[in-house]
Design a protein around this ligand. Structure first.
Ligand SMILES: [Zn+2]
Ligand SMILES: [Zn+2]
Length: 275
């Protein structure tokens, strides 16, 4: 297999190990077709992060971009792409769009890791202390989908990262069925011509070892004709492309024949058979 992985982090964010160059070398060894870095974009100026070391500090962002460009030059045989994973914060829509308007990225991931200033994927201990801000797990999911709709309508990203992230922690296990909300969000994904990722980081990190999104959501997405891409959410060189055999099998089982990649924020299509 020649993996295509668009969701890869570096130590610039403060919670990943191994250098970007080590990741590139690892990708070459494993015959990657495309390696896309998508580092956690700095929070808007003035936003105080509730949890430290979640995103790249403002001062280091230019270094991240420069390092990826340098790696593109140093390793011309690997197709290296420059992306960013951007946190959606409803009170900072203008600031986020402005920050993204400078700089040339191949693609932007839109993510929701924070709701009401609470990190929803940090730890069960932390989330259980703060869950009352949403009343309960159902309240958290309601707020999550509400913000996801706003993120989509902001038109700031190309790919939605880990579409059902709150399922990571058992504390956020919903009481109510989420299918209706999922269908609504996926109809917006289609309307705004966005792409979702199958994020295999979930297999290691969620309590029930499902990818993001879960197979149930993938089934609905395939029926609705939603376009997909592949991401491992690697935070260490040896995590790139993790479980991609399984991901491709899942995609094929649900009837997808191709994935989407981005260059200069334009879509390109790759047949699954080409990987
Ligand atoms: Zn993320
Ligand atoms: Zn991360």
């Amino acid at each position: 297999m020649r993996p295509v992985d668009l969701h890869v982090h570096t130590p610039y964010c403060g919670h990943a190990t191994g250098s970007a160059e080590q990741t590139v070398q690892h990708a070459i060894k494993r015959h990657f077709l495309i390696l896309g870095f998508s580092e956690h974009f700095p929070y808007p100026v003035g936003y105080v992060d509730p949890i430290p070391d979640c995103v790249v500090p403002h001062a280091l962002w230019p270094d991240y971009v420069a390092e990826i460009f340098a790696l593109q030059n140093a390793y011309p045989d690997l197709d290296i792409r420059l992306g960013a994973e951007v946190d959606y914060l409803p009170d900072y829509e203008k600031e986020i769009k402005k920050a993204l308007s400078v700089g040339h990225y191949d693609y932007i991931y839109g993510s929701i890791h924070l709701l009401n200033d609470i990190g929803i994927d940090y730890s069960d201990k932390y989330l259980s202390i703060h869950l009352d801000r949403f009343n309960d797990a159902d309240g958290l999911w309601d707020r999550y989908w509400e913000n996801m709709e706003k993120l989509i309508r902001l038109e700031m990203c190309d790919i939605l990262a880990h579409l059902d992230l709150p399922k990571k922690l058992v504390t956020a296990k919903p009481g109510r069925d989420q299918t209706e909300a999922v269908r609504h969000i996926l109809s917006l994904v289609r309307e705004y011509d966005l792409v979702i990722e199958i994020n295999t980081g979930g297999i290691d990190r969620t309590y029930n070892h499902d990818p993001y999104p879960s197979p149930q959501i993938l089934q609905i997405a395939s029926e609705m004709g939603i376009q997909v891409t592949l991401g491992s959410d690697a935070h260490a060189p040896d995590q790139i492309g993790r479980y991609f055999d399984r991901a491709v099998e899942l995609l094929q089982a649900f009837g997808w024949e191709k994935i989407v990649v981005f260059q200069d924020r334009k879509k390109e299509y790759l047949g699954l058979y080409e990987l």
